[in-house]
Ligand binder design. Structure first.
Ligand code: HEC
Length: 250
């Protein structure tokens, strides 16, 4: 269903994930809530404490579309892969929802005594910082680790079509379509989100890194990708063999 949204946007020239467009709303409002609550305490200001509670409510409202877009991006750009940062982000998003609601309830009660539950506001703040950190980890984490030096593997021999078992190749095609096709086309060499992979093993070099277009480089690309691609630690050796068999046929 949501593929349609991304395809429409991309036909308009917008190809980025959607979650980052909203996420700062929740983060900013939660930070604002803490700052107002702190101000309310330091200056004994009822107005500031009220602003803190408004910020909490708005942060909670903003959290709903932000989490939804995060889920959509995860499915669309990462094929729903269970990468570590996603696990942490899902857990923290659940925790943040609970914390925001609990803090709002505590603040309501504390207001009768003219105070604010500063520690609860602070926990909300820690939680959004955690969410922000793991969002950054997804975008920048792998990119900033320098790619390992290219192994001196020789390029795969040309035209191996006859060596490829058809069942293995068709299994590989299915793995490709559910894990790679959202970023790569196998029908062209043109760039989508990632480079087109048609004829990959018939080339001398990999399209982006310029490493030798060998099976070894390919395996390495899935374990410890060059720059912007997510890793695929969940693919088994046999699945990678099938992917290689498939890509040799295109
Ligand atoms: C989320 C998008 C995304 C997914 C999913 C993805 N890739 Fe990539 N891939 C990229 C990008 C982007 C690059 C280009 C590297 C860069 O610009 O940092 C790339 C580069 C590559 C390269 C070239 C590496 C080089 O050394 O030049 C290969 C081969 C590759 N991907 C294979 C795959 C395979 C196979 C899968 C599926 C198991 C896959 N990719 C899934 C985004 C993706």
């Amino acid at each position: 269903m949501y593929e349609f949204i991304y395809e429409t946007l991309s036909s308009l020239g917008y190809t980025h994930p959607l979650h980052p467009t909203l996420t700062h709303l929740t983060i900013g409002l939660t930070m604002g809530a803490f700052i107002f609550a702190l101000g309310g305490k330091l200056f004994r200001s009822g107005g500031m404490r009220m602003s803190a509670r408004y910020c909490l409510g708005l942060a909670l409202l903003a959290l709903i579309p932000t989490a939804l877009l995060g889920y959509m991006d995860w499915q669309y750009f990462y094929g729903g892969a269970w990468l570590f940062p996603f696990k942490v982000k899902l857990a923290l998003a659940g925790l943040l929802t609970a914390l925001l609601i609990a803090t709002a309830l505590l603040a309501e009660r504390a207001e009768k005594r003219g105070t604010a539950p500063l520690f609860a506001y602070f926990l909300c703040l820690l939680c959004v910082v955690g969410l922000g950190y793991f969002g950054g980890e997804l975008v920048y984490g792998k990119n900033f680790t320098a790619p390992a030096p290219a192994p001196p593997a020789p390029p795969a021999p040309l035209s191996e079509k006859t060596d490829v078992a058809p069942e293995l190749a068709s299994e590989g095609a299915a793995i490709f379509s559910s894990n790679c096709a959202m970023c790569h086309s196998a029908d062209t060499t043109e760039e989508g989100i990632g480079p087109g992979l048609k004829g990959l093993f018939k080339r001398a070099a990999m399209p982006v890194s310029g490493r030798p277009a060998s099976e070894e480089t390919f395996r390495q690309q899935l374990r410890n990708p060059f720059q912007n691609m997510p890793p695929f630690p969940n693919l088994t050796e046999a699945q990678v063999d099938a992917l290689i068999a498939y890509l040799k046929t295109v």
